[in-house]
Design a protein around this ligand. Structure first.
Ligand SMILES: *[C@@H]1O[C@H](CO)[C@@H](O)[C@H](O)[C@H]1NC(C)=O
Ligand SMILES: *[C@@H]1O[C@H](CO)[C@@H](O)[C@H](O)[C@H]1NC(C)=O
Ligand SMILES: *[C@@H]1O[C@H](CO)[C@@H](O)[C@H](O)[C@H]1NC(C)=O
Length: 459
């Protein structure tokens, strides 16, 4: 992408049109030119060569799960027909992830994120009420479809996973377990029905915000490519809205994990207070190690861990150089974040969430998915023992997933929330009656007429 950008960015429009016109004819050439800045598995240099064999042994014995890879977004960013990318995934694909590199790195499981850009990114103003956000649902569904078709294309290499047991089975079968998360509740189009359908399709976490606020929750903004400042609040208290509290309860009931990466600090506190299940940060570091709004501050880390007053959640550490430490973006510095977080929440509440394909530059030594042995080596180098490392790699996350599944089981008799977003103006859907209400039975017409009269009187 960098190469392309330099070539064509003097006139972005022209580039877009060019890609559009030439379509699949040039897409091969585009991919070839992108790979001029190769991040191939062959670049791997062990960080601690004497620990290389040991790190491989651990990767073979225990599943390493990455909670955040934006692969569908990359497939959609560079292809007019995103499904054309699928066959390339087993050869080489631009960005930080493809199947050969995942295998080299010993990756066992990954959450691919389904998302839609925040509306502001494409010039859409949703106003103070967040109304009219429907195209996000198309983007999310198309991303999910892309993941499902990728899974269908590679039945011997990849397998869909929804539960901790699914991940364990995939690992023992030697297949890469693929799970899905939704990044940002703007992708719900203000609807819990949408959430329930995403859950049926396999979405297993929802990040309460991306870099924009939603009707449910306040974001910290300050994502990749920004100055690292937070965004101005729009909701009173800058946390979860009452509607967002309803969402968190529905997530608990559905067994979908509540992800707090990207959210405002108050959203995180509110969600921890209201969630009866463990919460997760799928791709964040420690703010005390590097002061950035995408990292978790100590006073919020204090709410996580073992013990009756704590949420039993997990912080999965990100690899983006900007969040880790721009002046020392290295694997060692990533482990500084992990160790700081662990010093507060405990070693059984930390894990790994790269943000690969959602970042411009991963830290040195962890440039792509093929480099995971380096991170294991650094943990070994610092004296983490086998069971602790097993936990960081994936064991801690699997425990959290099991607890979230248990909460779902405990709440199985609870009804789905019937709540709708109070600011919606499209329900009841009186205009669905057609010309002269010709689609409606007479008793339904009577109700519509009566409702319209009452609503008019109320105004
Ligand atoms: C994926 O690539 C590997 C290594 O080249 C090859 O052995 C395997 O047959 C390929 N599988 C598919 C489904 O393309
Ligand atoms: C980078 O961070 C690592 C881990 O804390 C440290 O050992 C190293 O000295 C740092 N390097 C620089 C140049 O600050
Ligand atoms: C590893 O460390 C943990 C404490 O974090 C301890 O409970 C466990 O017994 C240790 N395991 C081994 C094999 O030393």
């Amino acid at each position: 992408m960098v190469v392309l950008h330099n070539h064509y960015s003097p006139n972005k429009m022209k580039f877009t049109q060019l890609t559009f016109l030439l379509g699949s004819l040039v897409s091969g050439a585009i991919l070839a030119s992108s790979s001029q800045t190769p991040l191939t598995a062959d670049d791997y240099v062990p960080l601690h060569p004497h620990l290389e064999a040991r790190s491989r042994e651990l990767l073979a014995r225990y599943p390493l799960i990455d909670t955040h890879i934006d692969l569908p977004a990359t497939m959609r960013t560079i292809n007019r027909r995103p499904m054309d990318a699928i066959p390339r995934l087993n050869i080489s694909h631009p960005g930080h992830f493809d199947i050969p590199r995942a295998k080299k790195g010993g990756l066992a499981g990954a959450f691919f994120t389904a998302n839609a850009p925040c509306p502001g990114a494409y010039g859409r103003d949703v106003g103070p009420d967040f109304l009219g956000l429907t195209e996000t649902v198309q983007h999310v569904l198309e991303s999910i479809d892309l993941v499902k078709n990728t899974l269908a294309y590679y039945p011997s290499l990849l397998t869909a996973a929804r539960t901790a047991d699914d991940v364990r089975k995939a690992f023992s079968d030697g297949k890469l377990a693929i799970l899905m998360g939704l990044e940002g509740t703007h992708g719900l189009s203000n609807s819990l029905s949408t959430l329930r359908m995403y859950a049926e399709l396999g979405v297993r976490y929802v990040t309460l915000t991306h870099v924009c606020h939603s009707s449910f929750a306040s974001s910290n903004g300050g994502g990749a490519g920004t100055t690292g400042s937070t965004i101005p609040p729009v909701h009173p208290g800058n946390g979860l809205t009452p509607w967002g509290v309803t969402l968190v309860k529905e997530l608990n009931r559905l067994g979908v994990m509540v992800d707090l990466s990207h959210t405002s600090d108050q959203t995180a506190r509110d969600a921890i207070r209201h969630s009866v299940a463990p919460v997760v940060w799928t791709h964040s570091g420690a703010r005390a190690v590097h002061n950035h709004p995408r990292n978790v501050p100590d006073d919020i880390l204090e709410l996580i861990g073992d013990g009756p007053d704590k949420n039993n959640g997990i912080v999965l550490s990100v690899l983006f150089s900007t969040f880790i430490d721009p002046s020392n973006a290295t694997v060692a510095r990533v482990v500084d974040h992990i160790e700081h977080i662990a010093s507060i929440v405990g070693k059984s509440h930390v894990g790994l969430g790269s943000d690969f394909n959602g970042i411009s530059l991963a830290v040195k030594g962890m440039e792509d998915v093929s480099k995971w042995p380096n991170l294991i080596q650094e943990l070994l180098h610092r004296g983490w023992n086998e069971s602790e490392i097993e936990g960081v790699m994936g064991g801690n996350l699997l425990r959290v997933m099991e607890e979230v599944e248990k909460v779902k089981e405990e709440l199985k008799d609870h009804s789905p929330s019937a709540e709708i977003y109070e600011k919606r103006t499209d329900l009841p859907a009186h205009e669905w009656g057609g010309p002269n209400m010709a689609y409606l039975a007479p008793d339904v017409v009577d109700i519509v007429v009566e409702q319209k009269r009452r609503f008019r009187d109320e105004l």
